[in-house]
Design a protein around this ligand. Structure first.
Ligand SMILES: NC(=O)c1ccc[n+]([C@@H]2O[C@H](COP(=O)([O-])OP(=O)(O)OC[C@H]3O[C@@H](n4cnc5c(N)ncnc54)[C@H](O)[C@@H]3O)[C@@H](O)[C@H]2O)c1
Length: 331
């Protein structure tokens, strides 16, 4: 059965990333909403949607909807998410699910009370390199995870004339509070140290303890250009190491012997390193960042099917650790 979705927020992310991928699934965008009439009209044309409104309450009240999707902002995600759940509708929302952990927990409680899912857009889980690493670990081939080092840098785009790191934490850092837990195990404790190059230019190193006993270091900041690759993850095991570069390059190192003094040196399927990166010239399979895969699971969850989609429970946990992270640095 085609899922009828009402969509709120026709900004950059929705029109360039989410809606084009969502429409590849068995869905109909039944109605669109944005307070900006120009963006709304542009999106209505782009996605062929006849029913539009500038009022989110109106959108949520559209007859015949099965679910509501949204990519707006933290406060709106909380308010519109609760309104949709109150009408018995499942929800897909971009991160962050709210401006505070308490808000995210409120949504979690509303989702449980309504018996309807709230899927949160943690697509880093589905970015192809992270997905491969996760599957290798889940298969048991990696053995016990001992440590994770993760880098995620961005530029201070959200801060022009406004040195407030809230946007950086809510829109960026929240991803790694979820991803690190997804790859290793739930976060059990964290604390961070920071340095500021100048106001708005922040770098921090967070020490993370995971529930499984693994140790982690997460490095994040606003001191790199968005024009360079900014993500790198290394997962350490015992004679096993996974490296994920720029979400698309994967290296799985195992336990090979030295090669130089061995006349019969070769590459052995069982012990030598495995590497992968996508063929960017292939005119297919462009889902490297993982939005299509995330939305496949989201649609399944919203149809009431079994799904691995990240839920508001994951969102509330990520927001809780995000607040502890900020508190530990006093920013
Ligand atoms: N997962 C990711 O990789 C990723 C990437 C980018 C953005 N995002 C998230 O998506 C969300 C939107 O980001 P964006 O970059 O598209 O921002 P944006 O400002 O381009 O889009 C937001 C849209 O919401 C509209 N809007 C604001 N208030 C509204 C209201 N009350 N009712 C209806 N519409 C309203 C705005 O007019 C705008 O068109 C944010 O939460 C952001 O964190 C996620």
């Amino acid at each position: 059965m085609t899922l009828k979705i009402g969509w709120i927020g026709c900004g950059t992310h929705a029109t360039q990333m989410l809606l084009p991928q969502l429409l590849r699934h068995d869905v109909e965008i039944a109605a669109l909403c944005d307070i900006d009439g120009v963006r709304l009209a542009r999106a209505a044309r782009q996605f062929g949607v006849a029913r539009t409104t500038t009022d989110a309450a109106d959108l949520i009240a559209t007859p015949g909807l099965d679910a509501v999707g949204m990519a707006v902002g933290p406060d709106q995600h909380l308010a519109f998410g609760k309104a949709a759940l109150a009408r018995g509708l499942g929800v897909f929302m971009e991160k962050p699910p709210a401006a505070t952990a308490a808000g995210a927990r409120e949504l979690q409680a509303a989702s449980e009370a309504a018996g309807r899912p709230v899927v949160v857009g943690f697509m880093k889980r589905y970015s192809v390199g992270n997905k491969i690493a996760h599957n290798i670990i889940a298969s048991g081939r990696f053995g016990r995870v001992l440590g994770l080092t993760g880098h995620y840098m961005t530029a201070p785009g959200y801060f022009v004339g406004n040195v407030d790191y809230t946007g950086f934490f809510l829109h960026h850092c929240v991803h790694y509070m979820d991803l690190a837990a997804h790859l290793v195990s739930p976060i059990a404790a964290l604390s961070a140290r920071k340095i500021e190059a100048k106001p708005g230019r922040l770098l921090f190193h967070a020490a993370v303890d995971f529930a499984c006993g693994a140790v982690g270091t997460i490095v994040m900041g606003t001191v790199q250009s968005r024009g360079t690759p900014v993500e790198r993850i290394e997962i350490m095991g015992d004679h096993r190491r996974l490296e994920i570069e720029d979400v698309v390059e994967v290296r799985f190192h195992r336990d090979p012997p030295f090669k130089t003094d061995d006349p019969a040196a070769t590459l052995d399927d069982a012990v030598d390193s495995l590497t992968w990166k996508p063929n960017f010239t292939a005119a297919a399979n462009e889902d490297h960042k993982g939005y299509h895969a995330l939305l496949a699971d989201a649609v399944a969850a919203l149809k009431g099917e079994q799904s691995a989609a990240p839920t508001i429970a994951d969102g509330a946990l990520a927001m809780t650790w995000l607040e502890r992270l900020r508190a530990s640095m006093g920013v």
